[in-house]
Design a protein around this ligand. Structure first.
Ligand code: ACO
Length: 432
């Protein structure tokens, strides 16, 4: 690299010895990127980066994370501090608007979220149309897409986006709870305006019309913390999907629905469900977890230790650290003794000393302990990824908004290197 601090450039020498100077962009935390936007035009070359391991798709002022140091900050605030002192609604406001709300702003935001919690009565029929075995993520994504049909002005990005954003934050919570109620055959429980965001969610999930339901402050705090820890994680798979879909001009609801679907995969948000299924399999088969770890190391049937490893964190995931502590606290408080927690802890202990995991820098990620907490809270396994989606929603919205507001945004359209047949002549079917 050469040049003054302000105008760094990188020199690239191509196979024909042609040299190009490429500008270097430096972020607030001294992250460096070679800006290749002019590369193809100047040289005919593109870059190839499967899985985007080295590609920055955008600049962003929302979340900073340093995978080597285990740092995660939303809008500059450390995740540890937010998880301890903030609540989910305030953190959502922070992510979307860039700063913590004042008392008045917080009140208006809270009131808006309360006012928009109902979904159109006609949408209730949609829930009835799904088989009881439906995965709640399938229902959630379809319902979020359907919201754009009920709010057609969302197709115009000049319409009031603040309103759509609050609608979405409030209604996704209602839809998530309704999807659960439908899956267990219980009547849908309407939101209650006297309750706050997380309390209202617990009420819609666990109340039944025939009984009073008291919201446990411990449960409410745990849900707040879990949602905060999931609220954003810069350009992960689902967030990049939201940005990509949104870059075509697609509306907010459609873009978020796409993010929900990307999250569903077991290598991403679906891992929290996969962790519990893995632990249950070990417990019910009666096999030693060490045998399972051996299978993982031998890549038998492409097994992975679910809840371990991360594309970015190569030292520790700060969210997993908070969750491990929280897991003990919540289970102790509720008096829950979960044998899966014992298996998880033993596996973690062994894996962290095992050369396979150490050499590949594989550590517990956010999903390793979150499922055990959800279980203790009474949330069923197939709802875990829905909980993740609810938490990630403000992050997706913040990124969608940042992308829309950025004058440099272009439709996301990567290139490729073609490896197929060269041009050939069409052969009529009777001659093949
Ligand atoms: N168990 C066993 N081996 C693993 C694991 C794991 N959990 N994760 C990675 N590895 C191994 C791979 O087999 C590979 O080994 P190799 O070099 O011998 O081929 C090496 O570590 C690198 O793995 P990649 O898949 O190339 O790493 P990548 O950065 O692409 O993947 C991912 C990251 C998808 C998270 C991966 O670690 C994984 O599959 N983890 C399990 C699923 C999971 O917990 N996902 C949740 C992630 S957090 C989130 O999205 C919210």
């Amino acid at each position: 690299m050469a040049g003054s601090e302000k105008k760094l450039t990188a020199k690239l020498v191509l196979p024909d010895s042609k040299e190009v100077q490429l500008p270097v962009t430096v972020g607030t935390e001294d992250e460096h990127a070679i800006d290749i936007r002019s590369l193809r035009q100047e040289t005919g070359y593109i870059t190839l980066d499967t899985g985007y391991m080295n590609t920055g798709s955008t600049t962003s002022a929302i979340t900073y994370l340093d995978g080597e140091q285990g740092i995660l900050r939303y809008r500059g605030y450390p995740i540890e501090e937010l998880a301890e002192k903030s609540n989910f609604v305030e953190t959502a406001y922070l992510l979307i608007n860039g700063q913590l709300p004042t008392v008045a702003e917080r009140e208006v935001f809270g009131r808006m979220l309360t006012r928009h919690s109902l979904i159109h009565e006609d949408m209730h029929q949609f829930f009835a149309g799904y088989p009881p075995t439906s995965h709640p993520m399938a229902v959630l994504s379809a319902m979020v897409t359907s919201l754009s049909a009920y709010y057609p002005d969302s197709l115009d990005r000049n319409s009031s986006m603040d309103l759509h954003i609050t609608r979405l934050l409030s209604k996704v919570r209602t839809i998530a709870a309704f999807a659960y109620k439908k899956s267990i055959g219980q009547p849908l429980i309407y939101p209650k305006n006297s309750l706050n965001y997380c309390g209202n969610f617990l009420h819609m999930m666990f109340a039944v019309p025939s009984e009073d339901y008291e919201i446990s402050p411990i449960l409410e705090k745990a849900v707040n913390q879990l949602l905060i820890l999931h609220a954003d994680h810069e350009q992960n798979c689902s967030t990049s999907t939201v940005r990509m879909v949104g870059s075509s001009g697609a509306n907010l609801y459609a873009s978020i629905a796409a993010g929900i679907l990307a999250l569903w995969g077991p290598l991403h948000g679906g891992a929290n469900q996969a962790v519990i299924e893995m632990l249950e399999e070990i417990k019910s088969s009666g096999t030693d977890y060490k045998k399972f770890l051996d299978d993982v190391k031998n890549k038998r049937d492409n097994r992975r230790l679910m809840g371990f490893g991360h594309r970015v964190y190569k030292n520790f995931d700060p969210r997993a650290k908070i969750l491990k502590k929280m897991c003990d606290e919540v289970l102790n408080h509720l008096g829950v003794k979960d044998p899966l927690l014992d298996i998880a802890k033993s596996m973690e202990e062994v894996a962290l000393k095992d050369d396979y995991f150490v050499s590949k820098k594989l550590y517990p990620n956010v999903d390793f302990y979150s499922g055990i907490i959800y279980r203790a809270l009474g949330i069923p396994t197939n709802m875990f990824t829905v909980m993740f989606a609810l938490g990630r929603l403000p992050g997706w919205i913040a990124h969608w908004k940042e992308m829309v507001d950025d004058k440099d945004t272009k439709i996301g359209r990567p290139r490729q290197i073609y490896t197929g047949e060269r041009v050939r002549k069409y052969v009529p079917i009777d001659q093949r």
